[in-house]
Ligand binder design. Structure first.
Ligand SMILES: [Zn+2]
Length: 387
């Protein structure tokens, strides 16, 4: 039997030691990068839906830098409190805290996950979202929870500023370096190594630079055997488009995780979760990841496609399980904002072990299926042959 391991931020671990694993979190993340205010975030707006939100949030161009009225800034840059909590829920995009940067808050959340029965967290934060290798290692040491670091690059807006000049070879070299040598070399454990590649961000249609990143990612994946998490373009065809390209590039589809399956292969009511959109992924052998558990807020719905609640997500999973693909399902929460953390009134990363496992059982999902989704499927997805 071939010996295999999962690479965590503290080194290799036997796959059967991971325990209950959630496969797509962002423990330490900054999606705002250098943009520090609600107004800066607004400047990043690219879609009509976001400018609609701007009106709803009371935004007007004013004279104060950077071009926004004072009352807007006062409203959106203050402390998160009970009396403004729902304002942030409703207009999440304007919250200056579109980032999780406190190691102490992170330890608090991961500790609660552990107390609820959690064993391992996949941090799907790629380089441009302020991935924090040393921070992840510190959190893992403090809590004893296994953490698997990601790699690669997200959507075009978060690419390195010099992405046009970076060759596919150079991108491949950087991604592979994170896997083989790790990041940093201080301390007894050496560099912090990526244990999977992702989340790799795609638009729909894919941009040239995103395709260049994808080619580099597949080369690193082929050589190392690491799984790839794909964040498909925000379109019903996003996942299938990415699948086709990955097949052209000869990726091992059995090691590809399609993220956000609870909101991509979905059509407007009454069709909903659409078999013609998800089955090709499953039949190709990929993992289908339902990773926005806890998002039960209809204000986040950005199109005619309904945003599901947790019971709806479990129904989607049951459909996939009944079609025979129970060994290809993964779940998570994809938490990226402060008010989603337990400490600040949110559901937190403890939500799956604390509330979703019981809900799965109440909905008559067989216990062995629950165990596969949370224990053996993640271990299989993340395991690589020991060299
Ligand atoms: Zn994503």
């Amino acid at each position: 039997m071939t010996k295999s391991h999962v690479m965590t931020v503290l080194g290799p671990v036997a796959p059967d030691e991971l325990g209950l694993t959630i496969c797509h979190e962002h423990l330490l993340v900054d999606m705002t990068q250098s943009q520090t205010s609600a107004a800066d975030l607004l400047m990043r707006s690219e879609t009509g839906s976001k400018s609609t939100r701007a009106d709803a949030a009371g935004w007007q161009f004013g004279e104060g830098a950077p071009g926004t009225t004072a009352s807007f800034l006062g409203r959106w840059q203050g402390e998160l409190r009970l009396d403004n909590y729902y304002d942030f829920v409703r207009n999440w995009f304007f919250r200056g805290e579109f980032r999780l940067t406190s190691i102490e808050d992170c330890i608090y959340e991961v500790e609660r996950f552990k107390r609820a029965g959690g064993g391992c967290i996949v941090d799907a934060t790629p380089v441009g979202l302020s991935r924090d290798p040393a921070g992840l290692r510190e959190v893992s040491r403090a809590t004893g929870v296994h953490i698997v670091m990601g790699g690669g690059y997200y959507e075009k807006a978060w690419h390195p500023p010099d992405i046009d000049d970076l060759s596919e070879d150079e991108l491949y070299r950087r991604i592979k370096r994170d896997i083989v040598d790790g990041v940093g070399d201080e301390g007894i454990d050496g560099g912090v190594k990526s244990g999977h590649i992702g989340e790799v961000g795609m638009s729909y249609p894919r941009t040239d630079n995103e395709d260049k990143v994808l080619r580099a990612v597949v080369r690193a994946h082929t050589e190392t055997g690491l799984a790839i998490s794909i964040h498909p373009g925000k379109h019903t065809m996003g996942p299938i488009d990415a699948l086709n390209r990955l097949q052209e590039l000869d990726a091992d589809i059995g090691k590809v995780i399609f993220c956000h399956c609870d909101n991509r292969p979905v059509l407007p009511y009454p069709q909903g979760f659409a078999e013609e959109l998800w089955r090709p992924l499953a039949e190709a052998g990929a993992y289908l990841q339902f990773d926005t558990f806890g998002w039960e807020d209809s204000t986040r719905q950005a199109s005619t496609t309904d945003a599901p609640n947790d019971a709806g997500r479990i129904n989607m999973i049951m459909e996939v399980v009944e079609a025979g693909f129970e060994e290809q399902v993964l779940i998570s929460h994809d938490i990226v904002m402060k008010h989603w953390l337990s400490k600040y009134g949110g559901w937190g990363i403890e939500h799956i072990p604390r509330s979703i496992v019981p809900l799965m059982k109440r909905k008559d999902m067989p216990e062995e299926v629950v165990r596969k989704i949370l224990i053996s499927n993640p271990a299989n997805a993340l395991a690589v042959e020991a060299s």
